[in-house]
Design a protein around this ligand. Structure first.
Ligand code: ZN
Length: 255
């Protein structure tokens, strides 16, 4: 398993300072979150490519810019966000991109199906062409998006991933808040290709916890070798991030 840090936590910094901070904290790997790019700069990738090369970090995954479509009129915008994210993933040589369902939980089933088909009908072939694997994330109960538990994820994947080629980004914080950790591990364990690691409320695990041990042990039995991406709330201090990193390294080593 490869420990990684989501740089979304430093999204207020310039891309260069953002990546330098991740490196200074002792990480070798990042998940590049598209919210680190200012809106007016989201069509170029050179700045990000250069900052990444200068930092010496490996970009293991990229978190897509996301719009939870609440009205079919927004489909084009969601497709646009998805495509510029895929282009950035390719530029940063990230093999994997985290996606949400891109549909709001307020949509009625029929509209939801239509929007899922329209958004992913464009994003899936584009990602394939660019050599980027997509990994659908389970969302939090508080999210405006659809897809928080096994039933909802099955509905989404049944529409957007008929060939079962898509991976799953297992967000442990969301799964714990929703109470679906074991259910999701059971159903999607062998499709996990990225992990968002945090306790409830995106707080870091700093000491042993039964649910964390159970989760890591399960991943280990699946032979999971992918990223363990620390995804923490933005108020976490530098000290806390380093502490969480050291603790998790120990837990992973002892598996
Ligand atoms: Zn997440």
């Amino acid at each position: 398993m490869k420990l990684s840090l989501s740089n979304g936590i430093f999204s207020k910094l310039s891309v260069k300072a953002n990546l330098e901070t991740v490196k200074r904290l002792g990480f070798d790997n990042i998940e590049f979150n598209m919210k680190s790019i200012k809106k007016e700069q989201d069509t170029g990738v050179y700045r990000e490519q250069k900052a990444l090369a200068d930092s010496g970090l490996n970009c293991l995954s990229l978190h897509s810019a996301v719009l939870h479509v609440a009205d079919p009129i927004e489909v084009h915008q969601a497709v646009y966000y998805g495509k510029i994210s895929i282009e950035c993933a390719r530029a940063l040589k990230a093999p994997l991109m985290v996606v949400h369902s891109n549909v709001a939980k307020t949509l009625q089933r029929k509209q939801r199906e239509r929007c899922l088909r329209e958004v992913f009908g464009e994003i899936v072939p584009f990602a394939k062409k660019m050599g980027v694997k997509l990994a659908l994330e389970n969302l939090s109960v508080g999210s405006s998006g659809f897809g928080i538990n096994g039933e909802q994820l099955a509905e989404v994947l049944g529409i957007i991933d008929v060939k079962s080629e898509m991976g799953v980004t297992f967000d442990l914080c969301h799964a714990l808040e929703t109470g679906v950790m074991d259910e999701l591990l059971e159903t999607y364990g062998n499709r996990i290709c990225n992990v968002h690691m945090a306790n409830k409320d995106h707080q870091p695990f700093m000491k042993k916890a039964p649910e964390l041990s159970r989760f890591l042990a399960k991943l280990h039995t699946f032979g999971y070798e992918g990223p363990i991406t620390l995804e923490l709330e933005h108020r976490a201090s530098m000290e806390t991030i380093v502490g969480a990193k050291t603790f998790l390294e120990g837990e992973i080593k002892n598996l």
